[in-house]
Structure formats: C-alpha cells, structure tokens
Design a protein around this ligand. Structure first.
Ligand SMILES: *Cc1c(COP(=O)(O)O)cnc(C)c1O
Length: 390
C-alpha cells in the first residue's frame, strides 16, 4: 500500500471488543489477568498499552519498517537509542544539530564516559577521519537544524562497519519525504512533537528499526528506563499522523514559495532551503528526498533588524518548535540553540541575524504578505546606506 493509505490504516484495526472504528484511548495502567500467569498480552502500561501499540504500528509502517517504540518526547527516544551504548564508546555527530540533542550528549552522556566528535557530515572525508576503533554510532540529522544542510545518508552508511549503527533523526524531512532505512540507516528517530503530531498540541518521540534484535534492545530501554507516552498523547499523535501526507505537501509548497520570496529580497542576505537551486546540495536533496520540507532559514545582516522583524510578524508566531499547521518563526541563537555556547554557535554559522521559519499550511499569499510587511516596516532599523554627499 502507498504512504497516504498506510498513514490512515496501519495499526488502526477496529477495536476487537466493541468494533469502535477509531482506536480507543486505553486510559489504564494495568490489566486484569484471567489466572496467575495468564493474560491477553497486556500486563502493565509502561511495558505495553493498546493505544500506544497502535501508534507504534502506524509509525513503523510509515518508515517502511516492522518495529517502532514510542516515547514521551523526542529526547526520551534519543536517550533510549544512546542507552544502547556503553562507557568508552564513541559517537560521530553532525555539528549542526538540534540544541537539546547537543545538550544531552555534552552535558549528560559525556559524564557516563561516552565520547562525541562533531563534524560537518556533509563532507564524507571529514566523517571518515573522525571514526576510531571505539566508534559505535553515527548520529545524523538531515536536513540539519537550523542551517538546512543536507547529509548523504547512503554515503554515511557506506562508511559503516558491521558493529556500528547509523541513526537518523528524521524529524525535519518526515518519512513522507525521506526514508533513511532504505538508504542504509539502522534506526530512525523522530520528535513526533513536530510534523508527525502536526498540530502543536502534544509532545512525543519514536525510535524505529526493521532489525528484530535492535528492536528488542530498544524495547528493553523503553521498559527499563520508562520514558513512555501516556495513552491520550499516543492517541493525539496517531490522529495527527493520519494526515501527514497531505500536510507535508502543503508545507513544502508554501516553504518553496516563502524561500523564493525571501531570496528575491535584497535585504535578506541569505536563504537556506534545499529546494532552491542555489542550495549547495540541491542535487543531493533531489536524489535523497521526494520533497524539500517545510523549514526555511534566512540571514538578515543586522541582528537588531532580524529581532525586530521576527517580533513584527502577525501570522508567524515567535515560538520554539516547528512542524505544526501554523507558521512559526524562531531566533535559534536565543531560543532553540541557546544551550550551545555563543562561540561554538558562531563557529557553526548560527549567528545573531539567523532566523528559522516553520512554514505552516496557511495560504501562501498571506504568509508572503506578512513577511513583506514586516521586512518593509523594519527597513532602516540601522542605516547602512553610504553617507550622502553634502
Ligand atoms: C524537537 C526536536 C527534537 C527533540 O524532541 P522533543 O519532542 O522536543 O523532545 C529532536 N530533534 C529534532 C530535529 C527536533 O526538532
């Protein structure tokens, strides 16, 4: 079956006892057993819950895999995957990555003796040079956050030795536009808070694999550490995911229009969007993805103007997060990436004039009008024109 069909039907069997067409919210922590040692496959909701199971089946199917484990947040999913490693293990990470992932790696896992090397993963030679005998995992984000760089997933997978794992955080692209497992990755992680949930009303995460042995190990982490979503959150995420295909088509269409508009403005120094032919990895993006997604970043030379512009928009809410039906704008330096030290941020190209837009599914002409009005209103925040001759 095709993607949009699986999004609506996978894991969504009618309820066996009532015939309810929609999977019920099984708001229960425990299950009455028929006799000691005899139950219907459900014993305790940290371990297994029917609503969560339906979500896991749906999301596994969307990534073309057999197994998924749902978590209370994207960070809980990431922690569970890193929980597969031990003291002394080494991880190669893309240096342009979600700020919370960086914080988990640098401030929590390093204390446990796991080491991390941050590299520009769009350069395979640099990745190869960072690998050591202790390397157990490649942590890939593509498109990256917030600079929308594109990493060659199949290229990274070709560097991998048998005992190593390639893990892709597929939050930005979503399975609708990018299928990392088919490109050679072993595990896909999502913050389902973003596009999969899609309505900015629930926090969640998922780890997906097609390898039964890896699935058992992730499942063990899920149950042992316990970062599971409640049944109502699982249900909301599942409802959102049913419309992923049609939302992503609109997100990408609007993002392309917004990127082209920003690119046409002389007062926007740079636009980052893989769908623009000027993007350095546009050709790779075309090969690796079936669409370019809904995230656009741009650079405004004057940081003061960037902040004023972001605050003046009416349709783009100034907020962290992304992937909901409504448009958002954020200032990564002060918001999502604030946990990365300023010097390190500058080194990675996340300057104070950088803005990140999550383009929603509103009408594109309204979004562009909003951007135009705010740009015009903030023109001359600082006068950069050459002085007039007296
Ligand atoms: C938001 C996000 C995360 C973290 O997910 P939470 O659900 O907020 O815990 C991880 N990776 C990416 C790319 C994200 O955007």
């Amino acid at each position: 079956m095709k993607f949009a069909t699986r999004a609506v039907h996978a894991g969504q069997d009618p309820d066996p006892t009532t015939g309810a067409t929609i999977v019920p919210i099984y708001q229960t922590s425990t299950y009455t057993q028929t006799r000691v040692g005899e139950h219907k496959g459900f014993d305790y909701s940290r371990t297994i819950n029917p609503t969560r199971l339906a979500l896991e089946r749906q999301l596994a199917s969307l990534e073309g895999a057999r197994f998924a484990s749902a978590f209370a947040s994207g960070m809980a999913a990431t922690s569970a995957v890193l929980g597969l490693l031990s003291t002394g293990d080494h991880v190669v990470v893309s240096d342009d990555l979600y700020g919370g992932t960086y914080r988990l790696f640098a401030r929590v896992l390093e204390r446990y003796g796991i080491t991390f090397t941050y590299v520009d993963m769009s350069d395979l030679g640099t990745v190869r040079a960072a690998v050591s005998a202790a390397t157990k995992l490649f942590w890939v984000e593509t498109p990256t956050n917030p600079l929308l760089r594109i990493v060659d997933i199949a290229g990274i997978a070709s560097l991998r030795r048998a005992e190593q794992l390639v893990v892709v955080d597929n939050t930005f692209a979503t399975p609708y536009f990018q299928q990392p497992l088919a490109l050679g990755a072993q595990i896909v992680v999502h913050s389902t808070t973003k596009y999969i949930g899609g309505h900015s009303d629930v926090v969640g995460g998922v780890a997906i694999t097609d390898d039964p042995e890896l699935h058992e190990r992730i499942k063990f982490q899920q149950n042992a550490v316990g970062g599971v979503p409640g049944p109502t959150d699982a249900w909301l995420t599942m409802r959102g995911a049913k419309t992923l295909a049609l939302r992503m088509r609109e997100h990408a269409r609007n993002a392309q229009a917004v990127a082209e508009f920003l690119d046409s403005r002389d007062d926007v120094a740079r636009v980052y969007y893989p769908g623009l032919p000027s993007h350095p990895r546009h050709e790779l993006a075309k090969r690796q993805m079936t669409g370019f997604g809904g995230m656009v970043s741009c650079l405004i030379d004057d940081p003061e103007r960037a902040k004023n512009f972001a605050g003046r928009l009416k349709l783009f809410s100034l907020a962290e997060s992304l992937g909901g039906v409504e448009s958002l704008i954020c200032h990564p330096g002060r918001m999502t990436h604030g946990s990365i030290p300023a010097e390190e941020r500058e080194r990675r190209g996340i300057g104070d004039g950088l803005l990140r837009l999550s383009v929603g599914i509103e009408d594109a002409t309204d979004l562009i009008e909003d951007l135009r009005a705010a740009l015009d209103a903030t023109a001359g925040t600082r006068d950069t024109r050459p002085p007039l001759l007296a």
